[in-house]
Design a protein around this ligand. Structure first.
Ligand SMILES: [Zn+2]
Length: 76
């Protein structure tokens, strides 16, 4: 049995993060469930992943992938 389970991985990862800021795992789990079901959030994750797979910056200011890429480019 692996953790997080592959078929519910995103929700578990979100709940772990949310759990550091809320009182109960139950609440964290509920919030995470809402996030994974949100079509707008899904679409944004897809958009970011697509931009990266094409070697494009996704434009998200919090994106560590693009932050690292910008640093690497500045070094050259
Ligand atoms: Zn990015």
């Amino acid at each position: 049995m692996t953790y997080p389970p592959p078929d519910d991985r995103l929700r578990h990862l979100l709940a772990q993060e949310i759990n550091t800021s809320v009182d109960t795992w139950k609440l964290a789990w509920s919030i995470a469930g809402g996030i994974v079901k949100d079509p707008e959030i899904r679409a944004e994750l897809d958009r970011i992943a697509k931009a990266h797979s094409q070697g494009q910056p996704c434009g998200d200011r919090h994106c560590p992938h693009c932050f690292d890429a910008a640093l690497t480019e500045a070094d050259q």
